[in-house]
Ligand binder design. Structure first.
Ligand code: CP
Length: 338
């Protein structure tokens, strides 16, 4: 099936989805088109068993609420089966190589999905090694570099609220204080590498030491330039929020301190004033949208008043994880074969 963007859906069969930068804007548009169709089909109660009898292996090397359940439930709705795996329950923990794991799973099912996000400079490389040996597509459920199934859902949510054309929207992607655990850098990096390709101008802000991976930022800057959009920097949440159309304040860890999480979290306490509250939100556009990928540290990262307030679209954002996840599975795993 083709669309106005000119992407033949069958050409996406077998394509890995590891970083959004691996897909063209037209291909990502197609994902969003399919997600919209599947969301509507679900709303109408129409069956859409595009992946009947197909199996997805989901290998999680970190915890998850939204991602696991969005993909597992989504696969059920598509008529297939998703199997949850973790390192401890597989031979991965005994050191079986990525190549041998990939070749084995390729003999059984139609897709592999992986979360490996806690160790900087490991997850993305490990996934790409699996993908090199797999005969079936690989979907990145979050790595050290990108969280592409999150940011595509964010994009869907923004389009639902602001229309197809997002060009010129100012997005404040800022760090926020969260003492519960050190989050990967993949969401801010994913936003920086994706949103400007759809015309949005991203302002990044974080305390000293919380820089994004320099090589990812470099790729994001190049993609933004090509798309005629910008990535700029601010020194505080307040400065970034000034006139913003979208705010996305969330915590992430220090690149140089993932091996000593408790020390890093203690040090981040110096920036406990980086909380998204109503006072800061008032600096943004009057109809600003508040995004958060979740989980959030309520009362530390963001106040309840903001999270549960009129600008928050976080539950639509969480729901859209499932619709976009279904679209990615359906497209890459053969749901639109000719
Ligand atoms: N946003 C997100 O990835 O949530 P989980 O960690 O719960 O999957």
């Amino acid at each position: 099936m083709s669309t106005a963007a000119g992407v033949d859906r069958s050409t996406l069969i077998g394509k890995d989805y590891i970083e959004t930068l691996d897909w063209t804007v037209d291909e990502l548009d197609e994902v969003l088109a399919v997600a919209g169709e599947l969301k509507e089909a679900r709303r109408r109660g129409e069956p859409h068993r595009l992946l009947a009898d197909k199996t997805l292996y989901m290998l999680f090397l970190d915890k998850s609420t939204r991602t696991r359940n969005a993909f597992e439930t989504g696969m059920t709705q598509l008529g297939g089966h998703a199997i949850f795996l973790d390192a401890d329950k597989t031979q991965v923990s005994h050191g079986e190589t990525p190549g041998d794991t990939a070749r084995t799973l390729s003999r059984y099912g139609e897709g592999i999905a992986i979360r490996h996000d806690l160790a900087p400079y490991e997850g993305n490389a490990w996934m790409r090694e699996i993908a090199k040996f797999a005969d079936i597509p690989l979907i990145n459920l979050q790595c050290d570099v990108d969280h592409p199934t999150q940011t595509i859902a964010d994009l869907m949510t923004l389009r639902e609220y602001r229309g197809e054309n997002l060009r010129g929207l100012k997005v404040a992607m800022t760090w926020a204080y969260a003492p519960s655990y050190a989050r990967p850098l993949s969401v801010p990096q994913g936003v920086a590498t994706l949103f400007p390709r759809f015309g949005m101008d991203v302002v990044l802000a974080h305390p000293p030491g919380f820089d994004l991976m320099p090589e990812v930022l470099e790729k994001a800057q190049a993609a933004a330039k090509e798309a005629g959009a910008t990535i700029t920097f601010a020194d505080s949440m307040e400065e970034a929020f000034e006139g913003a159309d979208v705010v996305y304040p969330k915590s992430w860890g220090r690149l140089d301190a993932f091996t000593d999480e408790s020390k890093a979290l203690a040090e981040s306490g110096a920036y406990a004033n980086w909380i998204c509250d109503e006072e800061k939100l008032a600096l943004a556009s009057p109809d600003v949208l508040y995004l958060h990928c979740l989980p959030a540290d309520r009362g530390r990262e963001v106040t309840d008043a903001v999270m549960d307030g009129p600008h928050s679209v976080i539950w639509d954002e969480a729901e859209n994880r499932m619709h976009t996840g279904k679209a990615l599975m359906a497209l890459t795993m053969g749901g639109y074969a000719k």
